[in-house]
Design a protein around this ligand. Structure first.
Ligand code: NAD
Length: 294
């Protein structure tokens, strides 16, 4: 069993750290917010009063923070306090450039590093069924894998430094675009007098099939577990979808990739968030696409 430091114990990090404890690891945690640190203690995490104290004896450090700037600032503190050879894993969703910068900082400090963002949301974090997409050396991946397996059910090594973040934003760009496509189809079907169930029965078994319709149908009824049946309570909040679409557009700009539908999806989610919907599930965008009720 390993000594693990976990930095960032919020909606995702809290349950992920709790699963590491359940798997028998010795976990020391730190978060700037006292309430989440206390909540983690209730799950067997030892609370540290400072980030450097949390990582002092750690063999492996995991960060789960909001954005690239938070990760770079935390990694600066972490790398100052750990011996060479320690593995540092970042599971936050951040821009590819910051992820690569974090790897370089770790390499300069003689440490192993992995970018390993996740998919599966807070439900997957609690159930220990996350998918991890990892970027980094074979050595870092081999050392991280048994630790990640305590928090997830699928662990994919996507390539070198930054490849995990690249896979994450490409996947979520598909998701944002496909959700808008499915919502437009249901809104059009409604105008044409087509029942939700009829469109679902056809499209979920035909060439329109995708996760946004089969697993996460944006209208109530056909998939009873989708957020549409629960007042669009997230699930996956529209604000987080907007964040990931913006990361995809930053990456498209810096690489010169052409992603016109990704750009459009990003604009639509920005508008949806401006209308006060950032905290609702991202599939609720169907309401904006329907326009005002007649
Ligand atoms: P969150 O806001 O609930 O948690 C982030 C935590 O980091 C907060 O508790 C905050 O106090 C803490 N923090 C910030 N700066 C810190 C620092 N310097 N030192 C220590 N703690 C610090 O966010 P979350 O929902 O847990 O998401 C974390 C990351 O995971 C994000 O990058 C998000 O995009 C990604 N993600 C979230 C989901 C989801 O469904 N919530 C799904 C996949 C990926």
């Amino acid at each position: 069993m390993a000594r693990i430091a976990f930095i960032g114990l919020g909606n995702m990090g809290g349950p992920m750290a709790a699963n590491l404890v359940k798997a028998g690891h010795q976990v020391t945690g730190f978060d700037l917010a006292a309430p989440v640190l206390q909540a983690a203690q209730a799950h067997g995490v030892t609370a540290a009063s400072h980030i450097s104290q949390a990582v002092l004896d750690a063999e492996i450090v995991v960060t789960m923070l909001p954005q690239g700037k938070h990760v770079l600032s935390a990694w600066t503190d972490i790398l100052r306090s750990i011996p060479t050879g320690t593995l540092v894993i970042d599971s936050s969703t951040i821009d590819v450039d910051s992820a690569r910068q974090a790897h370089e900082m770790a390499s300069n400090a003689g440490c192993l590093s992995l970018d390993a963002p996740v998919s599966g949301g807070t439900g997957g974090a609690a159930a220990g069924t996350l998918t991890f997409m990892a970027g980094g050396s074979d050595e870092a991946f081999a050392k991280a894998k048994p630790i990640l397996e305590a928090m997830g059910k699928k662990i994919v090594h996507c390539g070198e430094n930054g490849a995990g973040q690249a896979a994450k934003i490409c996947n979520n760009m598909i998701l944002g675009i496909s959700m808008i496509g499915v919502c437009e189809a249901f809104a059009l079907g409604e105008k044409l007098g087509l029942s939700h169930q009829a469109l679902f029965d056809v499209a979920s078994t035909s060439s329109g099939q995708c996760w946004s319709i089969s697993t996460y149908c944006p209208v109530p009824g056909p998939v009873p577990t989708s957020p549409a049946n629960n007042g669009y309570k997230p699930g996956f909040a529209a604000a987080l979808m907007l964040k990931d679409l913006r990361l995809s557009q930053e990456a498209a700009l810096s690489t010169g990739a052409s992603t016109p539908l990704g750009a459009e999806a990003s604009q639509l989610y920005a508008l949806f968030e401006k209308q006060g919907n950032g905290g609702r599930d991202f599939s609720a965008i169907i309401e904006m696409l329907r326009g005002k009720p007649e």
